[in-house]
Structures are given as C-alpha cells and as structure tokens.
Design a protein around this ligand. Structure first.
Ligand code: AMP
Ligand code: ZN
Ligand code: ZN
Length: 411
C-alpha cells in the first residue's frame, strides 16, 4: 500500500512539474505575436503599378487577397476604426471622417486633436483593449482611436499621431516595444503610414509620385524584415498588412454642383465628400430631398431611413438626414471650391460606395498561422478583428465580423 502511495505521489509530482515547465515556457517564448500594418489608400491593384520585391516575397511566402472590402463610407477613420473593432460604422459610431453629434451638439474632425483624443466618440471595443483586458500588452505606432481613452483604457505603448515621423523610426519603435523587458513586451502592435494616400490624393493614381510612394512602402517592408530577423521576431510573428480603402482619379468633367441643385440656404450642415451628408433645415427636408431626387444623375440620393441595409450606416444619430452618393470618380462641390479643385488636378479620392472594385484595399498576411502562396477572394475588413483574436488566442468582444469569413487564410 505504501509503495502504491509513493508511486502515486511520484506520478502526481511529475504531472504537476512537467505541466508547470510547459506552461511557463509557453508564456515566455511561445506567446502568439501579431503585427498589424496599414498603408493608407493602398488600392487592391497597387502592387501591379511598380516593382515591389518585398511585398511580393511576403505574398508568395504568405497569403494574399484579391481585395479587402472597406466599410461605407470608404474613408480613413471609419475604416481604421471598423478594422480595430469589427463593427460596422452604425455600431462603432464612426460614420465619417467629419461628424456632427446632434445629442452633444459637437463636431468631430480628424484635425481636431481634442476630439480625436476624446474616447467618447469611439464605440465598441478596439482590439488593443480586448487584448489588454486578457493580459496581453499592446503597442500602437499610430492607429485611429488608439490615442483616445476608449472604455477608459489605452494600449500599454502608444504615440500621439505624427504624420512626419520617419517610416524606419516607426519600425524601430515598434520593435523596441515588442522586445521590451520587465513584463511590458508588446505581443500585439500596429504600424500606420499615410504616404501612399497623400500622394494619391495630390497627384492622381497614375502619377510617378504614387509609384515612388509604393516603392518607399516596399522598402519599409524590407527594413522591417531585416530588423525583425535581427531580433528573432520574424519567424513567429504573424504579420497582417492591409489598407483602409482604394483610390480613384477625379476629373473636371465629372462634377456635381450641389449649389445648382438645391438652395444651400435650406441646409443646416453639409459634410462634403463622395458620400455627401446633408442636414436640411427643419422645415426644408422634403424640398431638399425632392430637388436632389429629380436631378438624380451621376449620384444617388437617399433619405437616411432608406439607406441600403448593406451600408450598415443608417442606425446612428451622427448620420445626417440626407445622403448623396456620387458615382465613381464624380466630385460633389459648390461654386466656391470649383476653381481651386480644377486647378489642383490631377487628383484622386475615395469615400465612394464600398461595392466599387476601385474602393477595395490590398491585403497580405505572412507568418506561422497563414497559408503560403495562395490568393483568396476579396473579403470585408470587419472580419480582421476576429482574425486577430484568433491569432492571439483571445476572446473577442461582441462584433459584426466572423472568423469563418477569413478561415480560408489560415493553415
Ligand atoms: P482621408 O481624408 O480619409 O484621406 O484621411 C487620411 C488622413 O488621415 C491622412 O493624411 C493622415 O494624416 C490622417 N490621419 C491618420 N491617422 C490619424 C490620426 N490618428 N490622427 C490624425 N490624423 C490622422
Ligand atoms: Zn485612408
Ligand atoms: Zn485619403
């Protein structure tokens, strides 16, 4: 009996001890790592514009999508925040780059630091909060929403947005975070670059400036690989590279003069863009809508309550009562802006219907979790939040995405 007891104790000890070793080594070296990188305004077809050896190598050794479908409107802030939360704009509250909240009687503009850093504008739960709540340290080398106290939290490491910060320095900082000692090691990090978007807007999608910006982005990927390899981060980090939307050229013969269609004095607010949001004065709603409806050419107009379901936009108070959606490449403007606009051509923009192929972004993923050398069909960016939770082995908060929609990317 005594012998049996001793054997039993020995077995118990071995089970506990081996289990303990296994656990501790998993936490120290095998913890999943994800790096999420956004190149703003990098269209689904941009890799074909010029030589991109580093992106190509990532695509060949990883998995690439034919396109990444943005949320509507295909603007920067709604899309980055939908990627971060897995929520459609009507559920994240991020319905445009510029928004008016009628309840608070306050404006949000992307250049207004006070608003950008105010967590009250940001609904849902961004991925860095989900991970931090589950004990994973995170670092954001810029991401929409990461500079704000969303749910009263911040990533462990984050920086105030500085569009002038050099590309390599952003990578150096992220690598420092991912190798930080003392329990502050970030196992999830983000990088963001606006260069390709800015050059697209200013010079058009066919310009040499855009090609050069794509080449700069490609070189940054070469530098990232070199530096991550040097720090032993390359082989076990899953890297998700994407953009928020595509880009389309504008032209002088594709103009929609809003002030010729409606009486601008009938409006309370106009938020310009390929999806122009119009708040008519209280008693002028029907007149404004009717004028737009009877002149409906090269755009479509909707009363807020009749916005197509697939936009996932109408159920939020920050959407104005009337929404005009310009056909691809058309520019909605008024007399005041027309001359400046024509003078500044060639130009390009985004914000159009997210069903348009030209609004699709690029997507490449590389790392231990991903398939190798495959190209998959386009999918919506709201599934990225679920994908990252899967990669990080965490439990997602309520969101509009599903892992099943992106399982095709995984080994
Ligand atoms: P869009 O007008 O949709 O093309 O927005 C792109 C612009 O958003 C870029 O020029 C960036 O400089 C800017 N941007 C991106 N992230 C941030 C941020 N966190 N804070 C302020 N501006 C940003
Ligand atoms: Zn953008
Ligand atoms: Zn842009």
């Amino acid at each position: 009996m005594q012998l049996m007891q001793r054997i039993a104790f020995t077995i118990l000890f071995l089970v506990v001890f081996v289990g303990f070793i296994g656990c501790s080594s998993e936490q120290q070296s095998d913890s999943p790592k994800t790096l999420l990188i956004s190149f703003d305004g990098f269209g689904h077809d941009y890799l074909q514009k010029t030589a991109t050896p580093h992106f190509d190598s990532l695509a060949v050794k990883g998995v690439e999508a034919e396109g990444l479908i943005p949320v509507f409107p295909s603007k920067t802030f709604p899309n980055h925040y939908s990627i971060a939360t897995g929520l459609y704009p009507e559920n994240s509250g991020f319905v445009n780059n510029t928004m008016y909240d009628p309840k608070w009687e306050e404006w949000y503009r992307i250049g207004d630091r006070e608003a950008v850093e105010d967590g009250k504008w940001y609904g849902g739960e961004p991925i860095w909060n989900t991970l931090e709540k589950q004990g994973i340290k995170t670092g954001t080398m810029f991401w929409v929403g990461s500079e704000a106290d969303v749910q009263g939290m911040y990533p462990t490491h984050w920086k105030t947005y500085d569009g002038d910060m050099p590309g390599k320095a952003r990578i150096d900082t992220v690598i420092k975070w991912m190798t930080a000692p003392g329990g502050d090691t970030a196992d999830f990090a983000t990088l963001y670059y606006s260069d390709v978007d800015s050059k697209g807007h200013r010079y058009g999608t066919k310009s040499d400036s855009v090609k050069q910006a794509i080449q700069r982005a490609d070189r940054l990927m070469g530098y990232l690989k070199q530096e991550m390899k040097a720090k032993n981060l390359w082989d076990d980090t899953n890297i998700v590279i994407l953009s928020d939307h595509g880009m389309v050229d504008q032209s002088a013969d594709k103009l929609i003069r809003l002030d010729k269609i409606i009486d601008m004095d009938d409006t309370e607010r106009v938020i310009w863009g390929p999806a122009t949001m119009i708040q008519p004065k209280e008693d002028r709603k029907q007149e404004v809508y009717q004028a737009l409806k009877s002149a409906e050419e090269n755009y479509r107009v909707f009363k807020k309550e009749n916005l197509p379901e697939r936009y996932h936009l109408k159920n939020h108070r920050r959407v104005e009562d009337i929404v005009m959606v310009a056909d691809l490449g058309y520019t909605i403007l008024d007399e005041d802006y027309q001359d400046d606009f024509i003078e500044s051509l060639p130009r390009a923009t985004h914000g159009y219907d997210n069903n348009e192929k030209a609004m699709q972004a690029f997507f490449i993923a590389h790392g231990p979790a991903f398939k190798q050398g495959e190209k998959v069909d386009p999918f919506q960016n709201i599934h990225i939040y679920e994908l990252i939770n899967h990669l990080m082995d965490t439990k997602p908060a309520t969101n509009d995405g599903s892992l099943d929609s992106v399982r095709v990317l995984l080994k």
